[in-house]
Design a protein around this ligand. Sequence first.
Ligand SMILES: [Zn+2]
Length: 145
Amino acid sequence: MTITVEVRMNSLRVDVLAFEAPCERCSFSFWWVFALLPSHRPRGDEFTTTDFPAAVETARDILADPDSEPGLREQLADRPAWQRGRGFNPNRCASCGHQAVWHTFEKIVDEALYGGWIHAAVGRVPVERWRAVRGGGQGISWPYC
Ligand SMILES: [Zn+2]
């Protein structure tokens, strides 16, 4: 019992957020995994875009839950060798496999800030791991807190 309580105190529930938008190459519409956010009483500055490796890894782990939106985990890719800059877009088109550049990802995040996003999955993340990734990426404050 004590062990269970300790595990719960050392982790928190984190949501994976996704937004539906078309592929710029084939126009197929799919869910872009764009952010992580604590499930309970999140603060705006904890909003974490999924455009850097540690956030992508965290999203993958949460999306491994069988109750997650299907296919999203498989759609997440690592930074391709040709992508340069601070961040990258981890989403591959679910139809043609195209992995758009970070600038396209940035536009998706901007659109998602106006609504229409979904909670694609929820999972527990160790507090230490969350502290290491939260607020990373684009440094946007989430307006829905
Ligand atoms: Zn496509």
